[in-house]
Design a protein around this ligand. Structure first.
Ligand code: CP3
Length: 350
């Protein structure tokens, strides 16, 4: 790897090394809150944007440049990987993603296709190629995928869900079918992340956005082994960030040495605002990412900076802090507050 990338504040922090300033990037840093995004998005549908490498690259690069953040994140989404497996996916204006043929039965699982993401998602590789050529030489590019549970929950429920009834019914009612499904998603997600690494990303984030709906026991028995498999397959190639929301009672299981398999801990743990930032290090993580409540960004500037100062204070004296939000930036967030936040973190030392 180029030494400028290797020595970037973001990758140093991923390795738990000392940095001159605290690196910052923000989940959903490219999105509707930004006028430049809305202008490009007006040209096409959301899926069209994800599948047009030049546009996806431009959106990624714009966000990194406008905010001055320490890492770029590939512009894509969690769910397009489901299409080549046989799911029909649309994004409804104002309603979010919808899967029109959700998975419910054993026969549905048997019928899942397993194409190689290198062939089925070439547009992602092309976007990564453009982004890597155009990004400043010292700015790492983060790739990502959904974690097996979160992806399965979307595929089964057909969209967002409050109670995850279909998902939990399958998980608890048919252990064999659930295992087959997890195996399938684990393989696809792993291949997709390995492809992104070959195409040129410097780190990957595994999004387990919905695991917070699970009891610790169900997480341990039905979900965590598959998270570990994905991490173990990727770890050592590039740093792996594992992010979930509502994970306060799940993180101790992830870091429990008796439940550990070799190489299956993330390099960086991403946490939301329900969990104190220090908890990540206390549990044994080398690096911690988070955890400002994204809704704070709607408050007056001085409140945003005070709250950001509290996050910095929580990380004081530690190495391996990557400043981020506890979840993605929301539409309508004032851009000026986001820029002021990034400047504040850069000015605060480490
Ligand atoms: O972080 C980035 O800047 C990279 C891009 C990115 C998007 N989605 C763009 C997006 C990333 C990393 C994601 C991940 C993602 N997608 C997650 C995990 C993160 C999280 O929020 O927990 C999830 C759950 C999804 C699924 C998804 N995609 C939902 C629920 C929605 C609808 C939400 C909404 O605000 O409408 C999307 C659409 C989506 N993904 C948009 C963007 C910018 C908005 C779509 C638009 O332009 O109309």
């Amino acid at each position: 790897m180029d030494t400028r990338l290797h020595n970037s504040a973001f990758l140093k922090a991923c390795r738990g090394e000392h940095t001159d300033h605290t690196p910052v990037w923000l989940m959903r840093q490219a999105g509707r809150y930004m006028a430049e995004y809305r202008e490009i998005r007006a040209k096409t549908t959301f899926l069209g944007l994800c599948k047009t490498p030049e546009l996806a690259a431009q959106v990624t690069l714009d966000a990194q440049r406008i905010l001055g953040v320490d890492a770029a994140i590939l512009f894509a989404d969690l769910l397009p990987i489901l299409e080549p497996m046989g799911f029909t996916l649309t994004y409804e204006e104002g309603e979010g993603p919808k899967i029109h043929n959700p998975l419910r039965t054993r026969a549905d699982i048997d019928g899942l296709k397993a194409p190689d993401p290198r062939q089925s998602m070439p547009f992602v590789g092309e976007a990564i190629g453009i982004i890597r050529r155009e990004l400043p030489a010292d700015i790492p590019l983060i790739g990502f995928a959904g974690a097996p549970f979160t992806l399965a929950a979307y595929a089964i429920e057909g969209g967002g869900s409050k109670n995850y009834i279909h998902t939990k019914t399958l998980m608890l009612g048919d252990a064999g079918a659930w295992r087959r499904l997890m195996e399938h998603f684990t393989r696809q997600i792993t291949d997709y992340l390995l492809a992104q690494i070959e195409w040129g990303v410097q780190a990957v984030q595994l999004f387990d956005s919905w695991v917070g709906c699970l009891s610790p026991e169900d997480y341990r028995d039905h979900v965590l082994p598959w998270v570990r498999k994905v991490i173990a397959a990727v770890k050592g190639k590039v740093p792996v960030i594992y992010f979930g929301t509502g994970t306060a009672t799940l993180l101790p299981l992830l870091f429990n040495s008796e439940l550990k398999t070799p190489n299956s801990e993330p390099d960086v743990i991403g946490i939301d605002w329900h969990t104190p930032l220090q908890r990540g290090w206390e549990l044994g993580a080398k690096s911690v990412q988070g955890n400002l409540d994204p809704v704070c960004l709607f408050a007056p500037r001085e409140v945003v900076l005070r709250k950001a100062g509290e996050v910095m204070q929580a990380a004081k004296g530690r190495t391996g802090h990557i400043f981020n939000l506890g979840h993605g930036i929301l539409p309508k967030t004032p851009v000026d507050n986001v820029r002021a936040l990034v400047d504040f973190v850069h000015g605060a030392g480490s």
